[in-house]
Design a protein around this ligand. Structure first.
Ligand SMILES: CC(C)(COP(=O)(O)OP(=O)(O)OC[C@H]1O[C@@H](n2cnc3c(N)ncnc32)[C@H](O)[C@@H]1OP(=O)(O)O)[C@@H](O)C(=O)NCCC(=O)NCCS
Length: 184
C-alpha cells in the first residue's frame, strides 16, 4: 500500500473534500470530520485552523495541540485515502482514552491495509514531529477494525480497561509502543 502522509495543502483540498464525502456518517463517534455540505464555509478557514491547532492557539479547554496529515495516493488524480491527527502531547483525559492519534480511512477504501500501514509508519512520523514520548493508541473494544490494527502493532504493550465515555462505562484497549522499538 503506497501513500504519502502529507501536511494539508490547497493542492489536495478537493481530494480531501472527496474523502469527507466518502466517510461522512461512517466514522466512529470519537472522530470529527468536516461536513461536506458546509465546504464553502470551512474551505476559507481550514488551513488557518489546522495551523492554530498545531501551535496550540485559541484551543478550547482540555484540547491539546495536534498536527493533521492527509493520506494521499498519487494517482492520475490524487486520492485522499483518509486523515491522521497526531496529538503532540497528552493530558490525563487522553491518557485514559484518546491517546496520541485519531484517524479515519475513506469508506470505499477500507480493509485494504491502509490503517495498518499508517500505524507501521507512526514512529517515523513521531521522529519528524520531534515527539520523544512513547506512542499511545486507544480504541473502543467494540470497534473491531481499530482493535485489529492495535492488536497487530508489533512491540506494543496492549492493555484493556473500562473507562467512562459520555457517562457510560466502556471497554477500551490501550496500546503503548515504546519509542526505542520498531513495528516490524
Ligand atoms: C478503523 C479504520 C481506520 C481501519 O482502517 P482500514 O484501512 O480499513 O484498516 P485495515 O485495512 O488496515 O484493516 C485492519 C484490520 O481490521 C480488519 N477489518 C477492516 N474492516 C473490517 C470490518 N468492517 N469488520 C471486521 N474487520 C475489519 C481487517 O481485516 C484488518 O484485520 P486483519 O489484518 O486481521 O485482516 C477504518 O475502519 C475507519 O476509518 N473507521 C472509522 C473511523 C474510526 O473508527 N477511527 C478510529 C477511531 S479514532
Amino acid at each position: 500500500m503506497r501513500f504519502d502522509i502529507l501536511s494539508p495543502s490547497p493542492v489536495y483540498l478537493e481530494a480531501y473534500l472527496d474523502a469527507c464525502r466518502a466517510a461522512w456518517g461512517k466514522v466512529h463517534d470519537s472522530y470529527i470530520i468536516h461536513n461536506p455540505a458546509a465546504f464553502p464555509a470551512w474551505k476559507e478557514t481550514i488551513f488557518a485552523d489546522y495551523e492554530k491547532q498545531r501551535l496550540g492557539i485559541s484551543l478550547p479547554p482540555g484540547i491539546v495541540p495536534s498536527a493533521t496529515f492527509w493520506l494521499i495516493e498519487q494517482a492520475n488524480e490524487p486520492v485522499c485515502l483518509g486523515v491522521l491527527n497526531i496529538r503532540l502531547r497528552l493530558n490525563e483525559t487522553l491518557r485514559r482514552y484518546g491517546g496520541n492519534a485519531g484517524w479515519f480511512v475513506r469508506a470505499d477504501r477500507r480493509n485494504e491495509g491502509i490503517a495498518s500501514e499508517l500505524v507501521r509508519r507512526l514512529p517515523e512520523l513521531f521522529e519528524r514531529l520531534e515527539i520523544q514520548d512513547d506512542i499511545l493508541l486507544t480504541c473502543c473494544e467494540k470497534n473491531i477494525p481499530s482493535r485489529r490494527v492495535l492488536e497487530k502493532m508489533k512491540g506494543a504493550i496492549l492493555k484493556r480497561a473500562v473507562v467512562e465515555i459520555d457517562g457510560k462505562p466502556t471497554a477500551v484497549l490501550r496500546a503503548v509502543l515504546p519509542r526505542n522499538r520498531q513495528i516490524a
